[in-house]
Design a protein around this ligand. Structure first.
Ligand code: NAD
Length: 297
């Protein structure tokens, strides 16, 4: 298929590359020329104007950093919505607030275009390996139409519901991820403070009722697990700043619906404090260091 791809950054770059590998014709646009060069090296056609990436595209995919970027791309002064063929499916994979996602998809629908939200869970490593989960919101037939393409970039494809539902499900997931990562980190620290070996304690909790994804595949204690950010100075992975962004979206969503999310609110506060202490660029499992006991120094 002919695909117009907007935003070839940390996630979009490898996603576009996987579409090329699957035999699709990808035309990429990004604001950063160096990223376009990398996309070109991976086999995409790089263009320097958004309109050129839309021309002839059967599907348009965007993977942008913020709601502002998404509204700017589709609806801004030089927005591409009107340039997109009405038969072209629009898939926005950015993680943004559900209200904006619904608003942009609604304007697209009013103009005869179909747009779905399909935020991604799985991180940069997952995007490179083609294993992330796509969590879609929008008309069921549009999600089915998108499925074969999403399967070129990811492993699990879900439809959470109507427009914006993908965004809601994604932030519910990331709020829970933050909460169990923090819970895992404080439990490990308390065990170590009482003289336990963090690897042994991890194994015990993993096989007991405290078992969770953080313990199973992403242990936050340095050296317990190979090939995780904790064992590499908390480099790479999913950044504290990005987790903070998602927890902010979760908090906004909770306010909108009047939901009580005390653990999510506390998680947002802890991650904000951790970022304010200068750790915004580290992987989110570095929250482990927030609980470090004074005696450890
Ligand atoms: P990134 O900043 O690396 O990439 C975003 C790219 O979009 C940048 O290269 C930027 O230049 C480009 N861009 C901005 N406005 C544009 C426009 N109008 N037209 C074309 N390109 C434009 O960010 P990322 O890490 O790739 O994340 C992208 C999205 O995926 C975010 O919404 C993020 O929350 C989400 N996400 C990230 C991760 C992760 O681990 N990095 C995991 C899951 C989801």
């Amino acid at each position: 298929m002919k695909i117009g791809f907007f935003g070839v950054g940390n996630m979009g770059g490898p996603m576009a590359a996987n579409l090329v590998k699957a035999g699709h014709e990808v035309t990429a646009f990004d604001l950063v020329p160096a990223l376009l060069e990398a996309a070109s090296a991976a086999g995409a056609r790089a263009v320097d104007q958004p309109a050129l990436a839309v021309q002839g595209a059967e599907v348009v995919i965007s993977m942008l950093p913020s709601a502002k970027a998404v509204t700017g791309l589709y609806l801004g002064e030089q927005g591409i919505l009107d340039l997109i063929d009405p038969d072209t499916l629009i898939i926005d994979c950015s993680t943004i607030d559900a209200a904006t996602s619904r608003r942009v998809a609604g304007i697209a629908a009013d103009n005869g275009r179909v747009m779905i939200d399909a935020p991604v869970s799985g991180g940069v490593g997952g995007a490179k390996a083609g294993t992330p989960t796509f969590i879609c919101g929008g008309p069921a037939d549009a999600v089915e139409q998108a499925r074969p393409l999403l399967e070129c970039m990811g492993k699990n494809i879900f439809r959470a519901g109507d427009s914006g539902a993908g965004q809601v499900a994604k932030i519910c997931n990331n709020m829970l991820l933050a909460v169990h990562m923090i819970g895992t980190a404080e439990a490990l620290q308390m065990g170590v403070d009482h003289g336990l070996d963090p690897a042994a304690l991890s194994e015990i909790m993993r096989a007991s009722s405290g078992g969770n994804w953080s313990l199973e595949v992403y242990n936050p204690w340095p050296g317990v697990m190979p090939n995780v950010p904790a064992s590499n100075g908390y480099q790479g992975g999913f950044g504290v700043n990005l987790m903070n962004k998602d927890l902010g979206l979760a908090l906004e969503a909770a306010l909108t619906s009047g939901s009580s999310t005390p653990m999510g609110a506390l998680a947002r506060s802890l991650y904000a404090a951790h970022a304010n202490q200068g750790h915004g660029g580290l992987d989110f499992s570095s929250i482990q260091t927030y609980f470090r006991s004074r005696d450890a120094d």
